[in-house]
Design a protein around this ligand. Structure first.
Ligand SMILES: Nc1ncnc2c1ncn2[C@@H]1O[C@H](COP(=O)(O)OP(=O)(O)O)[C@@H](O)[C@H]1O
Ligand SMILES: [Mg+2]
Length: 325
């Protein structure tokens, strides 16, 4: 980032979330994360690492019965303590979310037009103006004949087209922050590329801050300026997308990179060897130590805190060691 500092839209600090019962460790443990105006930020990790819980927390949504400590500030206000009325307003106008499976998150018996104009009308926009905005947005996401599309039902659209509609609906209220949780995971590769292109173009045009959640490090690097890597509910590394690829500092990040098949290599994805830590386990030291090729005795004994190593934030005792594949 150059020039004057950009306005911070999302500021998560020391966020710890505990489930109601049955877990040996918190789902999120001391998470800190920032998204500035116009910035696209990735949150990457294997399934179960806590990415969705983190992104939903930015909307003030926690798993049922869960308790949270720390702060989740959106445009300066803490969503964990704000009034229900302020939270509703925030969800309508300032923060929007695009989910993984469009068909699961849209009401099948309501028309597309009702879905896209819903937030606008709740905010007091007259029906005609809301419809005009919805048409513009559908056009912007590449839906042909938007006027007709507004009268259609979700089942008349393919998954990719429906995800475009979801993006239009998310942008309708003019949010400053967009949360996209695995927005293209349910789509085929070609459709995924089209939807990503639309998402990033609209985000750049509007200066919207984007938190892009994915298990796919390659995809995150294609979309994002900066990437947080999450493991077992903690941020273990944060740096620019370029930096992450050029020099991952955490052995887990290096493992994720090595597990991603290079384009055209014909290799299947390998996955990081070993398995993630479940919520029933609470290792005393580094949660990744049991899977780590560089693990030393101190790694199992003492939990590494995030620290700066050559300007990169990393939680690893051995971050100064070269990582070989
Ligand atoms: N509502 C919930 N009730 C119980 N456990 C949950 C709930 N939401 C998430 N979890 C658990 O919290 C952990 C992190 O979940 P999640 O954030 O969805 O992971 P990710 O999005 O990285 O795959 C997982 O172990 C998951 O099973
Ligand atoms: Mg998830």
């Amino acid at each position: 980032m150059t020039g004057t500092a950009r306005e911070t839209l999302l500021e998560i600090d020391d966020l710890t979330v505990r489930l109601a019962s049955g877990a040996a460790r918190p789902v999120l443990d001391g998470v800190a994360l920032r998204v500035a105006r116009g910035e696209s930020v990735g949150l990457v990790g294997e399934s179960g690492s806590g990415k969705s819980v983190t992104s939903r927390a930015a909307l003030g949504l926690l798993p049922a019965g869960a308790t949270a400590t720390g702060t989740v500030r959106v445009a300066g206000d803490d969503v964990l303590t704000m009034s229900a009325a302020r939270l509703r307003e925030l969800r309508r106008r300032e923060v929007a979310m695009v989910f993984q499976d469009p068909r699961a998150s849209i009401n099948p018996v309501r028309r597309i037009g009702d879905f896209v104009t819903e937030g606008l009308r709740a905010g007091g926009t007259p029906a005609r103006a809301a419809r005009a905005t919805a048409e513009e947005l559908l056009e912007a996401v590449g839906i042909t004949d938007p006027r007709r599309a507004l009268r259609r039902f979700p089942h008349e659209f393919s998954g990719g087209m429906l995800q475009r509609v979801m993006i239009a609906g998310a942008l309708a209220g003019g949010p400053r922050l967009l949360l996209a949780d695995e927005p293209t995971t349910a789509l085929d590769v070609t459709t995924q590329a089209e939807v990503i292109a639309i998402l990033t173009r609209l985000q750049a045009e509007r200066g919207t801050g984007l938190l892009f959640v994915t298990h796919d490090l390659d995809l995150a690097a294609a979309v994002c300026d900066r990437i947080y890597v999450m493991y077992a509910g903690r941020i273990v590394e944060e740096q620019t997308a370029e930096g992450l690829f050029a020099r991952p500092r955490h052995p887990y990040t290096a493992g994720l990179l090595a597990a991603t098949p290079r384009m055209g290599s014909g290799e299947p994805p390998r996955g990081v060897p070993g398995r993630p830590v479940s919520l029933a386990e609470n290792p005393e030291g580094c949660a990744f130590a049991a899977r780590c090729r560089l693990a030393a005795p101190e790694c199992a004994a003492e939990r590494p805190a995030l620290r700066l190593v050559d300007g990169v934030s990393v939680a690893c005792h051995r971050a100064e060691e070269p990582i070989h594949d």
